[in-house]
Design a protein around this ligand. Sequence first.
Ligand SMILES: Cc1cc2nc3c(=O)[nH]c(=O)nc-3n(C[C@H](O)[C@H](O)[C@H](O)COP(=O)(O)OP(=O)(O)OC[C@H]3O[C@@H](n4cnc5c(N)ncnc54)[C@H](O)[C@@H]3O)c2cc1C
Length: 384
Amino acid sequence: MAISPARVVIIGGGIIGSLTAWRLKQLGIEPVIVERGRLGQESSWAGAGILCPIQPWLYPDAFTHLIDASLAMFPALRDELTERSGISPEWLKSGLIVPFFPDDEVDHKQAALDWSQRFGWLVEDLDAAQAREHEPMLAADTDGALLWPEVAQVRNPRLLQAVCAVLQQEQVEIREETEVVGLLEAGGRVCGVKLADGEALHADAVLVAAGSWSGQLSASLGFSIPVQPVKGQIVLLKSEPGSLQHIVKHDRAYFVPRADGRILVGASMEMVGFSTGNTPNEVNALLNGLSRLLPGLADAPIERQWMGFRPGSPDGLPFLGPVHARPGLWIASGHYRNGVALAPITAHIISRWMNNEVPELDMSCFLPERTIVESEAIGFPVAA
Ligand SMILES: Cc1cc2nc3c(=O)[nH]c(=O)nc-3n(C[C@H](O)[C@H](O)[C@H](O)COP(=O)(O)OP(=O)(O)OC[C@H]3O[C@@H](n4cnc5c(N)ncnc54)[C@H](O)[C@@H]3O)c2cc1C
């Protein structure tokens, strides 16, 4: 029988690395998080926190099973985090509305209804009047909408603050401002990492959870996962609580109302490498989406803009599990547009799998060494 690792180095302290560290600790395994910057300041901080894939019907069934299992864990996670840290991640069941307009380029309605029925997601098919009754801010020419009343959101920075506070209480070893530059190997096994300052950090196993940087990191470490950054820009509006009641999603943009009235408008999808900063073109495209879909909010003042790098994968699916060619090495990365939604199940499955428990879900289409079939629909964005 395989022996469980006593100590695991986790490369990357985003939501995936941090939550997995907590779950490993609960199993009696000592995690060490090595984070190049500060914990939870990259994609996991920047995201919109919508707990539902953008177009879930485009994904393979195994992905829906994974996301369903993850979403079911959120209420307990919220309670656990709030109780232990005193910080609420603001898990809010605001519901999701997908409106339809006469000038829509693609008609998703039937696919969305079929998928919802198949997987038991509660959905309401609204006519034009009902759509505007539920969400009065929708433009006057709204043709109708689908409403998923059970869809929730979290506020990413608060989620991360709460997880960090619990990691500190649990006395998890965290090395911030520390970059991993190589792997240590002995006897055909990965047995730790080399740090940028030359220090060798020994462990029984290593988990790569380096988000968008996992692709270039893996290449430099001598194995390969095709994760690339997909930049997303976001604009934050100041508004009154209740001015927008649901998450509203459309091909042009999405809008996420926070409990305090702020509305997050997102997000661009750009293959521009690691180029940082907001750009007028993408910000204007988001604001044009706002004027078109929710014209009553077009004058809401802009409070902030930011961006982040989604850890994209060519088939839209994360890389989860052991790297068989490099015993001792594990991956939890490439969560792309769904990393917050998938964080609880990722942490649960990866921690137990590292502890030699067989995953309760079929993980074959997420394995790091799977054959990749690129997807235009859910993989990397295609240049217009
Ligand atoms: C604009 C935007 C909107 C999004 N909206 C949503 C949404 O609504 N719902 C949803 O579920 N998901 C959303 N996402 C995606 C989600 O945020 C990501 O999938 C998720 O945060 C990935 O988490 P992570 O821990 O893998 O990566 P990250 O949070 O990026 O963490 C990786 C960490 O690894 C560190 N690192 C990298 N290289 C090294 C190294 N060599 N040594 C040490 N540390 C290293 C980095 O500094 C970083 O802190 C969105 C993302 C963006 C950008």
